[in-house]
Design a protein around this ligand. Structure first.
Ligand SMILES: CC(C)C[C@H](N)C(=O)O
Length: 382
C-alpha cells in the first residue's frame, strides 16, 4: 500500500477511535477502502450521535432490534453497551416485552424491511403514525427506518475463471454498441433472472439454534426472506425502478423529514457505486463498470427491483453460481455466511476486492429497503 494511503487510513481510524471510543471489526475491515469508510462513518455518526428526531438510547435499541433479525450478537452487544452508556433503561435489555408499546410497534416494519420489504404498504405507515399516544412522527419514523436499513445491511459476519470473466466483460462492452434488445426481450431477461435468483439456495437451513441473548429481541423469528423455491411459488412482484428512484424521489423525501441524512446516504451510495481501482486480481487498467453494476443490480433483482434500461443477461454472463450463492446468503441470510462460502468464489482475487464486493452488496441492499419504505411513506402522504 502506498505511504499516503496508509496515512489516510491511520488518520481515519484514529479519529474514529477517539470519537466513538472503539474500533469495531467492521470499521477495521472497511478501512481497506478509505474513501468509502469515510462516507460510511459520516452517515453512521450522523444517525447515531448527532442531533436528530430520536433520543440517543432509542437509536441504539433500534440498532439492537435490527441486528437481532439476523442474529448478529456482535452488533447487539456493541449497542447494548452504547444503549446503557447513553442513559437507556437497563430493564429494556430483558427483551421486547419490557419495552414501551411505541417501540414495540416497530417490530412489524423491522421484520418486513429485513426480509420482505416488498410487502410494506402505506397502511403500515398509517398504523405507526396514527396510534394516539404511541404514535411516531414522520421524522422519527424516517430516522428509525434509516437505522433499521443500515443495521440490516451491515450484518455480514464473516470474512481461471479470471481471464474468462474479463473476456466476457469485454465482449459485453463491445456488443452494447451494435446490438439493442427489444423492450419485451429486456423485460423477459429481468423476469428470468429474478425467477432464477429465487431458486438459488443459500447455505444452511433454518433450524439454527439461536441464543436467548438474541432471541429476546426478536418477534416472529421464523419470518425470513421468502423462500419461494421451497414453497413451489415463484411470485415476487416487480418494482419498476424508474417509477420511484432514489435520486428523484427517495432522496428528497428522506432529506425533508430528517434533514441532511439524504445527502449523507446519497454520497455513500455514489461512493460505493463508483468506487474502482481499475484492477482485476493481478490485472491493471481494467474497466470494471459492467461487473460492479451487475453485482449491484443483482441484489436489487432479488428484491424485485428492475431497471428498464439494464440488460439482465449481463448478470447471467458475469456472475457465476458460487458467487450468486454468496450474494444471496450475504444479502438475505447473512447469519448463514461462512468462511467457506466467502472463499469459494473468485479465488484469484485479492481480499480487498472481495471486501469491495461486500460493500456493494451491503449498500445495494440498504438502498432496496429504503426504496420500499420510502415509497410507502410517499403513498401515505399523497
Ligand atoms: C469488485 C472488484 C472486481 C472491483 C475492482 N477491483 C475495481 O477496482 O474496480
Amino acid at each position: 500500500m502506498q505511504a499516503n494511503g496508509l496515512d489516510e487510513r491511520t488518520n481515519l481510524l484514529v479519529e474514529e477511535y477517539s470519537t466513538s471510543g472503539r474500533l469495531d471489526n467492521i470499521t477495521q475491515v472497511m478501512s481497506i477502502h478509505t474513501q468509502y469508510l469515510e462516507s460510511f462513518l459520516r452517515s453512521q455518526f450522523y444517525m447515531l450521535r448527532m442531533d436528530g428526531p430520536l433520543p440517543l438510547p432509542y437509536r441504539h435499541y433500534i440498532a439492537i432490534m435490527a441486528a437481532a433479525r439476523h442474529q448478529c450478537s456482535y452488533l447487539i452487544n456493541m449497542h447494548v453497551d452504547e444503549f446503557l452508556k447513553t442513559g437507556g433503561i437497563a430493564e429494556w435489555l430483558n427483551g421486547l416485552e419490557y419495552i414501551p408499546q411505541r417501540l414495540k410497534n416497530l417490530n412489524e416494519i423491522n421484520k418486513l424491511l429485513a426480509h420482505r420489504p416488498w410487502l410494506i404498504t402505506k397502511e403500515h405507515i398509517q398504523k405507526l403514525v396514527k396510534t394516539g399516544e404511541n404514535n411516531w412522527s414522520l421524522p422519527e419514523l424516517v430516522h428509525a427506518v434509516v437505522l433499521l436499513a443500515h443495521y440490516h445491511a451491515l450484518i455480514a459476519d464473516s470474512l481461471s475463471e479470471l481471464e474468462a470473466l474479463m473476456e466476457r466483460m469485454k465482449r459485453l462492452q463491445e456488443d452494447k454498441e451494435d446490438e439493442e434488445a427489444s423492450q419485451e426481450e429486456m423485460a423477459t431477461r429481468f423476469e428470468k433472472e429474478k425467477k432464477e435468483s429465487l431458486l438459488v439456495i443459500s447455505g444452511a437451513f433454518d433450524d439454527e439454534i439461536v441464543s436467548t441473548d438474541v432471541s429476546r429481541y426478536v418477534e416472529d423469528p421464523g419470518f425470513g426472506y421468502k423462500d419461494f423455491a421451497r414453497r413451489g411459488e415463484d411470485h415476487l412482484p416487480t418494482f419498476r425502478a424508474q417509477d420511484y428512484t432514489w435520486e428523484n424521489h427517495g432522496f428528497s423525501l428522506v432529506n425533508r423529514l430528517y434533514s441532511d441524512i439524504g445527502h449523507l446516504l446519497d454520497e455513500k451510495f455514489r461512493m460505493v457505486y463508483n468506487l474502482t481501482y481499475n484492477t482485476m486480481a493481478t490485472h491493471e487498467d481494467v474497466d470494471t463498470t459492467t461487473l460492479r453494476r451487475a453485482l449491484f443490480n443483482y441484489v436489487h433483482c432479488m428484491y424485485g427491483i428492475r431497471y428498464d434500461d439494464y440488460d439482465y443477461g449481463e448478470v447471467n454472463q458475469l456472475l457465476e453460481r458460487s458467487l450468486k450463492v454468496y450474494i444471496k446468503t450475504v444479502t438475505c441470510y447473512p447469519e448463514r455466511t461462512t468462511k467457506r462460502m466467502y472463499d469459494s468464489y473468485w479465488r484469484q482475487f485479492k481480499h480487498s476486492e472481495k471486501v469491495h464486493v461486500n460493500l456493494l452488496l451491503m449498500e445495494a441492499r440498504m438502498q432496496a429497503e429504503l426504496l420500499y419504505a420510502l415509497r410507502a411513506i410517499t403513498r401515505h402522504l399523497t
